[in-house]
Design a protein around this ligand. Structure first.
Ligand SMILES: [Zn+2]
Length: 390
């Protein structure tokens, strides 16, 4: 059974131990005692070195803790272990911050913490709340940081599960429980590593809120992560404010106003584009040479792009002239548009439908205007050939 040195001293980052088990390659190692924290309870494992070899993973197997190393160690060797102190302390800050945050949400709103995840960047808790209003976030954030300012001691005790009282959440375990207490604030059964007083958490900031399974997942950052996150956000907002030449506080309203302007400008652009397309359709008709029967036919060929409102406006206005046929085709995606003036003597919808069906495509329309799509561009040529001889 591995003695867990971090149980009694979370600040311990170097230790000596004896190898009691190792696999054949010597890369999976069990010690008689360890300060390495294994992945469990939402907290990732420590990194560091063992006997000078990098420790890449630490696994909790209840009775034993397995260290996966890049190197080889043998049974009975005495080795020195060294924990990546910065990573560990960061985890202690996030984890202790979580206890405090969970206690505050319970105290203020009666919401329970259903799960905890300590991520590479952000940490999250899932709360038994259908929704969280910004005002509740502000209140919880202020309360948590006030408790940090009070620097309340965080202590560890071992108590019998049958006798234990006042836990924030039932542990469901039997035997001896490790109880982590924040003075006059929280008592939780937990095997993780924590700071010694709330002041060491530094600060807690609350961020993204998401709905999940009818509950709410809340993102938070503690300690140096909170400092870095705030700096990143400051720089992002500063860049936006610089672009707008405005104070921070005015930026959201200015961005909203700009978005409205862009929407309006886009509406005007579309209207003008359609007007222009209409003029182009009329001009094309004027320039188009009439064929033998006096018919004016124009074919608009495009390599790509949809046959959209603008193409339709060109077609409609082209066909506003007498005895007119307008065709537009696009190779990708393969599509065709056929328009005809009322006096052209053909039904665009029926004609195109029949030609498309023969080519494995689909589409149709009215006597004056029809559109359709094809499985490939190959059939477009055949259809164009037929239309040319109408
Ligand atoms: Zn804990």
């Amino acid at each position: 059974m591995t003695e867990r040195l971090y149980y009694s001293d979370a600040h311990l980052t170097s230790f000596e131990a004896k190898v009691v088990e190792a696999d054949q390659a010597g890369t999976r190692v069990v010690l008689d005692r360890t300060a390495f924290y294994p992945t469990s309870g939402g907290q990732p494992h420590d990194l560091g070195t063992l006997g000078g070899f990098p420790v890449v993973e630490v696994i909790d197997e209840e009775e034993r803790i397995v260290h996966v190393i890049q190197g080889a160690l043998a049974v009975d060797q005495t080795v020195s272990g060294s924990i990546d102190a910065q990573r560990r302390f960061d985890h202690m800050q996030q984890h202790s911050g979580q206890h405090l945050l969970s206690a505050v949400f319970e105290e203020l709103f009666g919401w329970q913490t259903l799960s905890f995840h300590l991520g590479e960047e952000a940490s999250t808790i899932e709360l038994s709340a259908a929704a969280i209003e910004p005002v509740a976030l502000r209140e919880a954030e202020e309360r948590v940081n006030a408790l940090i300012g009070e620097n309340r001691p965080i202590s560890v005790a071992f108590e019998d599960a049958a006798q234990v009282t006042g836990l924030r959440k039932d542990s469901g375990r039997t035997g001896t429980l490790r109880i982590v207490s924040i003075t006059d604030c929280d008592r939780s059964a937990c095997g993780g590593t924590h700071v010694s007083a709330t002041g060491q958490i530094g600060s807690v900031i609350l961020r993204k809120v998401e709905k999940i399974r009818g509950n709410t997942r809340l993102e938070f950052y503690c300690g140096m992560r909170a400092v870095r996150r705030t700096r990143e956000e400051f720089e992002a907002l500063a860049a936006v404010a610089r672009q707008l030449s405005s104070p921070f506080a005015d930026a959201p309203a200015l961005v909203a106003a700009l978005q409205e302007q862009v929407k309006e400008a886009d509406k005007t652009r579309r209207k003008l584009a359609l007007e222009l397309a209409g003029l182009r359709g009329r001009a094309l008709y004027q320039e188009c040479e009439a064929g033998e029967a006096g018919r004016k036919m124009y074919v608009d060929r495009r390599a790509t792009g949809p046959l959209d409102d603008e193409v339709r406006a060109v077609a409609t206005n082209f066909c506003a002239g007498p005895n007119a046929v307008f065709v537009a085709v696009s190779n990708a995606p393969p599509a065709i548009l056929l328009a005809a003036s009322a006096d052209a003597g053909l039904h665009a919808g029926n004609l195109l439908k029949e030609m498309l069906q023969a080519a494995g495509g689909r589409g149709g329309g009215s006597a004056q205007s029809a559109q359709g799509s094809l499985p490939s561009a190959d059939a477009l040529e055949t259809i164009l050939e037929r239309i040319a001889h109408l």
